[in-house]
Design a protein around this ligand. Structure first.
Ligand SMILES: [Zn+2]
Ligand SMILES: [Zn+2]
Length: 768
């Protein structure tokens, strides 16, 4: 027998996921001596024993890691044997970090079994957690991930919890957020005036919800506003108090079985709903749901649904089910369905602390179900849209952020400030890119402050000092101004990245694609290199460089920004372009139609944009599907769902052969197609025809450019690709013609991915 000793370094997501007890159990099994500890680089192991057993240890470290771990690398170095008699777990070492904090995870089955077992000491304990589940990102102040660095620091462990925490064989060994009713945080229910409500907080909350009240409920990344989704009056009250007219609300159900009467759930959708990330998933509504859940997602054929994330959510459903004495009810359909919407009044960031809730939700919430475990960092719900067997992110946040995205290669550290709307920020370290959770639209002071806070938090958590700062080309956006200020403070270089260039670069980065590529950006708006608003662009990307090869025929936006909120204005713009200006006043008798016709005639306050988003708006206006939008992209969604209704029954119609033209300088003109929509008698069919023709036109445009450029790979991005008819139709068409399509998978096609694209362009530009 040969006795050897190895110093082993494990990197990846290896802290706070039960990695040390896993190593401890393995080492004991293999009769090795030594120790394991966390340090700033990840997990540090000293193992000593028979050579073949050390080899087995190295293999099993990779192959059998705990569920929440992600092992990126295992490096072993020979060292001198020491006189040790057993294998132990040592205290953590602090220092410069190269590890990462994991995302928050929904309550695991083991914890659920205890939660509903009346004999368990954690029966109905709203903060039950173990190394396999519970909060991470939202409770962590700094790395390494140890209890004193989390918001559980003020809750010293009781003797029972201490024993579990110290026992390597226990599921709660070094579970940094573990606690029990004796030592953990406390739930409390307060009324609208902030006064405590007597009795059991879960029981009383349940009663309030049943009676139609709106309750602010503290979740993982901030407060939700909840009400009974089947109580139309409560939903209407919530909308009125939140000043949210038509934007869809998400619902939470106890399980997938409880959704059966409201929406269709495929196998792939079920897997998304039940995943430990617990996103909101957009499901196809059943026809009767419009009335059964009146006001929840009015006028839409989709319903956003999620399953419980925290023990507190589960307890509310448990209570409504009559507090059964085992876990069997978890699989059975339950009546209770809750509206769960982020508490973010006025478009400001989600409410985080109890004090903030009482101040900002006064007049909205009838009661507050809260506790004394702080939310250290805000994190909104993630939202996914199924796409066949796959899915697209509408918002990548809780459960996913800040999991790293692997870049094609190592590079300098970049801090990228992202887009103006749906802002996120991105920090890179080595070959990893860390995208922050959703921050929001940077059009109010509170969201801008949240962006600043998030930048600092990401840099602190990752212990990165950036080498370069990246930002959008628009110099006046808050994100750009923050980038300039940061660069000036630290004496750093800045790189400005054009909006659509960043969209395509983000997709290349997540696919690890590092070759020249064709890019198709279909989007609302972004400032172009010529100072004009762009949004329907064909680009060529070569390393850090982007060339504009083509664009949509620019349309006038009568009234500028107003045109992006009032689709009838875009319809008027199309009629003007078609030489039908005289008919605009009569066609749109909405207030101001004559003025808009005059503005168009004289081209006053009519900036021109190549935006695809505005083409969808024009289509909605011409089809009379939307005149004034109540939320972003509402018009485009209506065109898509009208087409979906038609295609589900009749299949795709053939495209309109003469619906478009492509000029020799690469300009795609969709005017003939738009002209055909005006006053269509069958709106659903016309919308389907619009999609079919759009797919054919874009395909020809791409194929033509691919040929002249000698490129066979296309990356696409931009919010318009959230339209699943467009995405799936175009993919099918192009793949049939031999084009390789790179589409956003781990990030949204929308502006929230922009920070990653900016970062990747900055890395490439430094290498030039
Ligand atoms: Zn658990
Ligand atoms: Zn305890």
């Amino acid at each position: 027998m040969t006795l050897v000793a190895r110093r082993i370094r494990v990197t990846g997501i290896v802290q706070g996921v039960g990695f040390r007890p896993f190593v401890w159990r393995l080492a004991r099994q293999l009769e090795l001596v030594g120790w394991v500890r966390n340090d700033a680089l990840g997990v540090d192991i000293f193992a000593q024993g028979e050579a073949t057993r050390i080899d087995t240890l190295l293999q099993r470290l990779r192959g059998e890691a705990p569920a929440l771990a992600r092992v990126d690398a295992v490096h072993a170095q020979p060292v001198e044997p020491e006189t040790l008699t057993e294998f132990t777990i040592r205290d953590s070492i602090k220092g410069r970090s190269s590890t990462a904090i994991g995302p928050d995870v929904a309550t695991c089955p083991d914890c659920l079994a205890e939660l509903f077992d009346p004999a368990d000491r954690r029966w109905r304990h709203a903060f039950i957690t173990c190394t396999h589940c519970g909060p991470r990102y939202t409770v962590t102040r700094a790395l390494p991930y140890d209890r004193p660095q989390t918001s559980l620091a003020p809750f010293p462990l009781c003797p029972n919890c201490e024993r579990e925490y110290g026992a390597p064989s226990d599921r709660r060994f070094h579970a940094e957020t573990t606690c029990c009713p004796a030592c953990g945080p406390k739930l409390e229910l307060l009324d609208a005036h902030g006064l405590p409500v007597a009795g059991d907080a879960i029981k009383e909350t349940s009663a309030l919800l049943q009676s139609g009240a709106i309750v602010a409920i503290k979740g993982l990344g901030g407060f939700h506003l909840a009400c009974n989704a089947r109580d139309a009056d409560a939903v209407a009250r919530l909308r009125a108090r939140k000043s949210r007219e038509e934007k869809p609300l998400a619902v939470m159900s106890a399980n997938v079985a409880s959704l059966a009467g409201y929406a269709m759930v495929s196998g792939a959708e079920r897997a998304l709903l039940e995943g430990r990330e617990r996103p909101v998933v957009l499901l196809r509504k059943l026809p009767e749901t419009e009335a059964a859940l009146a006001g929840v997602a009015p006028g839409l054929i989709w319903l956003g649904a999620m399953l419980p994330t925290t023990p507190m959510h589960f307890l509310l459903f448990h209570e409504a089910a009559g507090r059964p004495a085992d876990s069997g009810w978890l699989a059975e359909p339950q009546e209770l369905l809750l509206v769960m919407t982020s508490a973010n009044p006025g478009g400001e960031p989600i409410v985080r602390s109890n004090e903030e809730a009482h101040a900002r939700l006064a007049g909205i919430a009838d009661a507050y179900l809260q506790h004394d475990r702080d939310v250290v960092a805000r994190c909104d719900d993630s939202v996914l849209r199924p796409l066949g067997q796959d899915h697209q992110f509408i918002r990548r946040s809780r459960g996913y952020a800040p999991t790293a995205i692997a870049l094609p290669r190592n590079g300098p550290s970049v801090l990228a400030f992202g887009a103006h709307l749906k802002n996120t920020v991105c920090v890179t370290r080595g070959n990893e890119a860390f995208l922050s959770p959703h921050i929001g639209d940077l059009d109010n002071a509170a969201t801008c402050a949240f962006a600043d806070e998030t930048v600092q938090r990401m840099l602190d958590l990752l212990e990165v000092k950036p080498d370069i700062v990246a930002h959008d080309l628009h110099p006046d956006d808050y994100s750009s101004r923050a980038a300039f200020a940061c660069a000036a403070r630290h004496g750093l270089r800045t790189v400005a990245v054009q909006h659509h260039h960043a969209h395509i670069a983000a997709v290349c980065a997540e696919h690890g694609y590092d070759e020249p590529v064709l890019g198709l950006a279909l989007d609302g708006v972004g400032l172009g290199t010529d100072g004009k608003p762009w949004g329907g662009e064909l680009l060529r990307l070569d390393g850090p460089l982007a060339t504009r090869l083509g664009h949509l025929r620019p349309l006038a936006l009568p009234g500028g920004d107003k045109a992006a909120r009032e689709p009838w204005r875009m319809a008027a713009s199309v009629l003007h372009e078609l030489g039908r200006n005289a008919g605009i006043g009569a066609r749109f008798q909405a207030r101001g139609a004559d003025t808009v016709a005059a503005m168009l005639a004289r081209q006053l306050n009519c900036p021109r944009s190549s935006s695809m988003g505005r083409v969808f708006d024009a289509a909605a206006g011409l089809l009379d599907l939307s005149s004034h939008m109540k939320f972003e992209a509402q018009a485009a969604m209506r065109v898509e769902q009208a087409a979906t209704r038609h295609i589900e029954v009749f299949g795709w119609p053939p495209p309109m052969g003469n619906g478009w033209s492509i000029s020799s300088d690469g300009r795609l003109d969709l005017l003939p197609l738009l002209a055909s929509l005006d006053r269509a008698s069958d709106v659903d069919q016309a919308a389907a025809h619009f999609h079919a023709t759009l797919v054919a036109a874009l395909s020809e445009w791409v194929m033509h450019t691919a040929q002249t450029q000698g490129l066979r790979t296309l990356a696409w991005g931009g919010g318009c690709f959230l339209n699943s008819l467009l995405s799936s139709g175009l993919r099918q068409n192009l793949e049939r013609r031999g084009i390789t399509v790179l589409a956003p998978r781990r990030l949204s096609p929308g502006d929230s991915a922009l920070a990653l694209g900016q970062a990747w362009v900055a890395i490439q530009s430094l290498e030039q």
